[in-house]
Design a protein around this ligand. Structure first.
Ligand code: ZN
Length: 178
């Protein structure tokens, strides 16, 4: 046991001396004099500029992933109707839609109510490595293909389906952006 602890300590020291960090390693102490906006910001819960908390707007983004289904309609509407913006306006939301099990009638209904509709791929493959290694053509087929399906089946103008979210939040780096 003592050997295992010593080996772990040695490996930790070696990794620190080479600037390599393991997940969970503590970050270096941030120097507030060196690290200044807009190029750098020390992480923390302090408000930039030292503004008082009552002057800071709280922005909450509401979004839903995957198939748009009638079975979730009541839950979705509860979330959206239970809250209002401080000015009394209803809250908005974005639906990142994947193909299988989606009710396009409901997608059209959400769109007509003013919610954003976005692409979340056709297949929604559940293999993270597939998305990580997908080619530009595969990304295009999945994301733009889903945009086309939404346009055709939910009768939403293509230009109004602008956003996308990678399934499993797994991007392929630059390939995805291209
Ligand atoms: Zn998803």
């Amino acid at each position: 046991m003592r050997c295992a602890v010593s080996l772990l300590l040695l490996l930790s020291l070696l990794s620190l001396s080479h600037g390599y960090r393991e997940p969970g390693d503590e970050a270096d102490w941030c120097d507030y004099e060196q690290c200044k906006l807009p190029d750098c910001r020390c992480s923390g819960t302090d408000i930039p500029g030292g503004l008082p908390v009552h002057q800071i707007p709280q922005i909450v983004m509401v979004s839903f992933d995957d198939a748009v289904q009638d079975r979730w309609k009541a839950d979705v509407e509860n979330v959206l109707s239970d809250h209002k913006n401080p000015n009394g306006c209803p809250v908005g939301a974005t639906f990142f839609v994947s193909h299988e099990y989606t009710s396009y009638q409901l997608v059209e209904e959400y769109y007509s109510k003013g919610y954003e509709i976005a692409s979340h791929s056709i297949s929604h493959y559940s293999y993270q490595d597939w998305w990580k290694n997908a080619s530009e053509d595969e990304w295009h087929d999945e994301i733009i293909g889903m945009q086309t399906i939404i346009h055709e089946f939910a009768n939403i103008p293509t230009d109004d389906i602008q956003g996308m979210r990678a399934p499993l939040l797994q991007t392929g780096g630059d390939t995805t952006y291209k």
